[in-house]
Design a protein around this ligand. Sequence first.
Ligand code: TRP
Length: 334
Amino acid sequence: MEKKQQIVMSGIRPTGFLHLGNYFGALRNYVKMQEEYECYFMVADLHSLTTHPDTKELKQNVHRVLAENIASGIDPDKAALYCQSHVHETSELYLYLNMLAYKGELEKTTTFKDKVRQQPDNVNAGLLTYPVLQAADIILHRATFVPVGKDQEQHLEMARNFANRFNHRYGDVFPEPFAFNYGSELIKVPSLDGTGKMSKSENQNATLYLADEDEVIRKKVMKAKTDAGPTAPYSQKPDYIENLFLLMKLVSAADVIAKYENDYNTCVIRYGDMKKQLGEDMVKFISPIREKVNGILKDEKYLKEVMEKGAEKARKSAKATMELVRQAMGLKYL
Ligand code: TRP
C-alpha cells in the first residue's frame, strides 16, 4: 500500500511538562511520521477535564504543550497540530459511540480503576467514558496508526471494539486503529534514581524536563545514584549504572561513550567525571529546545495561527467522516 494513505493520530494531555521520556519515546517518532503519513497530533484538553476540572491554568498548559511539540520538531505545516475542543465533531461522535459502549466494559478498564483509587471524590461519567472519547479522537479521522505507549494498549483495543460495533450495526465506516511505533521496542528513558522511567508526575527530581534550566539539569544528573565502581574487569553493570550509560547514549558522542565503557570495563571509571560529562551533554541537548519553547510561548499570535491552521485541517477530515457516520446511522431526515 502507498504509505501516504495510512493516517496517524495521537493525543497528549496538557497536564504537565514534557520530559526526555516523552521526547525520545514519542515526539521523535512523531517528527519522523509527519514526513511519511497524514498525521493528526492533538492536545487532549477535553480529556484533561476528567481529572483537572479547574481550568485556571488550562490555556497556559495548552500553549506550553503546543510550544514543546513544535520546538521538538513537529511542523504545523506538515502535521495537523490541534486542540481537541476546537473540533466539535469529536463531541458528536463521542455521543454516538457512548450508545455502543457498555457500562461493564468501561468499569473494568485499568485506567478507570486507577483513577477511582486516585480521586475517589470525583468519579465522574467523563472518567468512565474516557476511552470512548479517545476512540472518537482516533476514528474521527479514520486513523489506523496510533503512536502510543504500552499504557494505552487497552484503550486502543476498546477503540477497535467500538469501531467494529459501529460497523456491524450501521455499516462499514471505520478501519481498525492499532498502536504503532517504529522498531519493535519503544525507547524507554530511565529515571535518574535507578527506579523506573522518567515521568510527568512522579519523582520529578529524577526526571529531566524540556523546561529545566541548565543548573537544574546539572544538579539532577549529579545526584544520580552511583557506587564505588566495579572491582573486577568486565563486571555486569548494576541497573542504576546501566541507566547512566543508557542516558549517555541518547545525548553524548560515540567516543565519549566508548571511553566510559572502557573505563568501566577496566575498573578505572570515575562516576563523578562521567556525570559531569553527562550533565553537560544533557544541557547541550535540552537548552536549545527549552529556549525555542520560551520563544514560541512569547508569541501568542503565532500560537493562535498554529491552532487555527491545525483545527481547520482536523475539521476537514472530521466533517467528511461525520457525513458518513450520520448517513450510515440514518440520522438524515431531510
Ligand atoms: N489517553 C492518552 C494518554 O493519556 C491521550 C489521548 C487522548 C490519546 N486522545 C488520544 C492518545 C487519541 C492517542 C490517541 O496518553
